[in-house]
Design a protein around this ligand. Structure first.
Ligand code: ATP
Length: 250
């Protein structure tokens, strides 16, 4: 693979019976890039992320993540990446600290490493006293921050975040993105889906997916200029409307 690319996808598809959830998409994400993987509901984003994280086999096509083949090296990929899924993955009846210990052990960290990483992440994510509360009692913003902490335990160089700020208030969202920026500055590749267009603007590059296809990809402001849109939200809506019109005419 190209050493400058964290993710390479070539003609990747995933079908569920005759339904094409992901349909021949190609994409490259450079190491250290913050990449916004956008799309309408049901566009195929989560399905794509699950293939990239080694959790779902592609129907066809190829790809590499951290240099590992998504068709053949799922286990190596899992060790190299952090994944924060759309569904809440923490144990509700454990405290934040206990969740970190549990996942730390699952990642193969020693107790000492878990202690050190928990202290580092508590500080970095400003988890404070929330770390000692039962996860189910935490407001959604704190839970998401804790889930980010879990995904960072084993110091992954590539982070996949599937709608990490869904349902989170604007102040928390801003803080969450500050943390993502810091990670990107340290060279971590951030591959993130969001429905918030202000967040998409923070990304170095974005792609827009609709009905299993990637409709457009590039730098947010270049795409706005290219399509003569007012802003990213307009661009998103226009591209999807155009695609639906084309599909209806076909
Ligand atoms: P959202 O923004 O709503 O999370 P998404 O872009 O992540 O949507 P996916 O979850 O990837 O979309 O789903 C794409 C399509 O594939 C949807 O129509 C979904 O119902 C379908 N799909 C996903 N997983 C399966 C499955 N295991 N079996 C059948 N269909 C599936």
């Amino acid at each position: 693979m190209n050493a400058g690319n964290a993710v390479v996808i070539d003609n990747l598809s995933r079908h569920f019976r005759s339904f094409k959830a992901v349909d021949r998409i190609s994409l490259e994400v450079r190491t250290g890039e913050t990449f916004g993987f956008l799309g309408a509901n049901g566009a195929g984003k989560t399905t794509t992320i699950r293939m990239l994280c080694g959790l779902l086999s592609p129907t066809s096509g190829t790809g590499t993540v951290a240099g590992f083949d998504i068709n053949r090296q799922a286990e190596e990929i899992k060790k190299s990446i952090g994944y924060m899924s759309q569904k809440f993955s923490l144990y509700p009846d454990l405290t934040g600290k206990e969740n970190l210990s549990f996942y730390g052990a699952a990642y193969g960290l020693t107790r000492q490493e878990v202690r050190e990483r928990t202290a580092e992440l508590t500080d970095r994510l400003s988890l404070g006293d929330f770390i000692d509360r039962l996860t189910k009692s935490l407001p959604v913003g704190w839970r998401q921050r804790l889930a980010l902490g879990v995904s960072l335990l084993h110091r992954p160089r590539i982070l996949f975040l599937d709608e990490p700020t869904s349902g989170v208030d604007p102040v928390f969202r801003r803080k969450f993105w500050q943390i993502l920026y810091e990670l990107a500055e340290e060279g971590v590749t951030v591959f993130v889906t969001t429905h918030y267009m202000d967040e998409a603007e923070y990304c170095g590059r974005i792609s827009i997916m609709h009905q299993g296809r990637i409709v457009e990809a590039g730098q947010p402001y270049e795409l706005i200029r290219k399509h003569r849109s007012e802003n990213l939200e307009e661009l998103f809506i226009d591209l999807i409307k155009n695609r639906e019109t084309l599909n209806a005419e076909a």
